[in-house]
Write a protein of this length. Structure first.
Length: 474
């Protein structure tokens, strides 16, 4: 464990296991409402009325109380309109936001890092055409009436023309992507009546977020300022899905004007065929963002007026960045991480699943039982290692974590507890300290395993391009 005045380690790991007042109650109200969406609100019964009442009770005494109570009454009577569904979604989102805030406050107590204030950025652009968002809202309300057990291909297919109408407007790409992905998940589960298991919270999360994003004000551009200075990568979080892949680089930014350093992120994503896996994923992402090569090689980058949101997301532009000097992520973490300010979370992003806080751990005891979950024990507290988030597209493995003596990772909250997602570890090999990074192959590799995977991906992409060319010529 690194002292706060010497680096970025956890100071009060005992706090991670302490209960949070009101957390279980807030999540209980959310769960009660989420069960309402399983059956649907076309013909609400007593159980649906109880779930709606739990949501009303949870926001009593807040500015939402009157509107949510009215919406719950109308919904329980089977007479809810779009505004009522929006009010219910807002109440649920507010509850999840309160959970997020309580958890991030606890993390701040643990790390001792300050939180940045809003940047002096300006929201840009006019509001998009309201009729497109109205169509999306109507489809989402139809989903709520049918419930997850009542979905079928005809209902889910109604999202297709809405997504097609949203996509041409760059201001609505976020809404279009969310609706498209949500509809794809639902389509893969149709008909809902045959489902053995419903992902209750996930679909309720997607539904409530998508519904609030149909409000015109949410389509305005996020407030953006510019960042000039040195960027020091900490690690790469690679997220792979069946048809898409995303890499998010977590880093410390040192402003050229001498203001305090801040934590930032930069993400790049790409569609992918299902034949490209493992280290081959980097081929899809690498040409889109030079930062990946710098992170893989352990180098800093110099930024010149790079756009950055209040939430700490760099809107990456290769033309505003150049590769700098070597920068060891562990040295960055030990020297700067504890003084870097945490970014402000945007209102609609306040959700426990969004918590991903860079931390440095040292002085722990690692365990990797054959039939259990790996964990790190620090000052008597056991912190579970989320091995499912360790990508196959890099040399980092659960075994390397178990043999390590220092770990740079992301502190997350999952299934009711804080967990650690490793980004890099330091271990001892032949009496020498060696660093192993999850994103080590991001910029290319001479590693035999990585090189073989890259070649296989190159061959797969070449075959796909050849077949696509033949189809276009026919």
């Amino acid at each position: 464990m690194v002292p706060a005045d010497q680096g970025g380690g956890l100071m009060r790991t005992d706090l991670l296991g302490d209960p949070l007042d009101g957390l279980d109650e807030a999540l209980g109200a959310v769960d009660a409402f989420d069960r309402v969406l399983v059956v649907g609100l076309l013909r609400p019964g007593p159980e649906q009325a109880d779930g709606l009442a739990a949501l009303v009770d949870a926001v009593a005494g807040t500015p939402l109380a009157a509107r949510v109570a009215e919406a719950a009454d109308k919904t329980a009577a089977g007479a809810a309109g779009e505004d009522h569904f929006v009010a219910l979604a807002a109440a649920r989102t507010a509850l999840m936001g309160s959970v997020h805030d309580a958890l991030t406050a606890r993390v701040a107590d643990v790390t001792g890092r300050p939180t940045a204030g809003p940047a002096a950025g300006e929201p840009g652009g006019e509001e998009p055409a309201a009729h497109v968002l109205t169509a999306a809202r109507a489809w989402l309300c139809d989903l709520a009436r049918a419930g997850w057990r009542g979905i079928d291909h005809d209902l889910v297919g109604g999202a297709a023309p809405v997504v097609s109408a949203l996509l041409p407007d760059p201001r609505l790409r976020r809404q279009a992507t969310l609706l498209d992905g949500f509809a794809a998940e639902l389509a893969a589960s149709c008909p809902g009546v045959t489902l053995d298991r419903v992902p209750v919270r996930r679909w309720a999360d997607l539904w409530s977020r998508a519904l609030l994003l149909t409000l015109p004000a949410t389509a305005r551009a996020t407030a953006v300022s510019t960042a000039t200075g040195r960027l020091l990568p900490l690690g790469v979080d690679l997220q792979e899905h069946a048809t898409a892949v995303q890499a998010q680089v977590h880093a410390v930014f040192e402003p050229a004007d001498g203001t305090p350093p801040r934590l930032v992120r930069a993400a790049v994503s790409a569609p992918k065929p299902d034949t490209v896996v493992g280290a081959g994923l980097w081929q899809l992402l690498r040409p889109r963002m030079s930062l990946l090569a710098a992170a893989g090689e352990g180098r800093s980058m110099e930024l010149d007026a790079m756009p950055v949101t209040d939430g700490g997301d760099l809107l990456w532009d290769d033309g505003r960045a150049r590769t700098g000097e070597p920068a060891d992520p562990f040295a960055t973490a030990r020297v700067i991480l504890s003084t870097a300010t945490d970014p402000v979370t945007a209102p609609l992003d306040r959700h426990p699943s969004r918590i991903a806080v860079p931390v440095l751990l040292e002085g722990y005891a690692a365990e990797h039982p054959d039939d259990g979950t790996p964990a790190l024990t620090i000052a008597g507290h056991r912190l579970t290692v989320d091995t499912d988030r360790i990508p196959a597209a890099g040399p980092l493995t659960p075994e390397a974590v178990a043999a390590s003596h220092a770990c740079l990772g992301l502190l997350r909250w999952d299934a009711g507890e804080f967990v650690l997602q490793p980004l890099a570890v330091e271990t001892t090999v032949r009496k020498k300290t060696v660093a192993v990074h999850a994103g080590a192959w991001a910029g290319g590799t001479a590693d035999k395993t990585g090189a073989r995977a890259e070649k296989a991906a190159t061959d797969a992409v070449a075959v796909l391009r050849e077949r696509a060319g033949k189809l276009l010529r026919t």
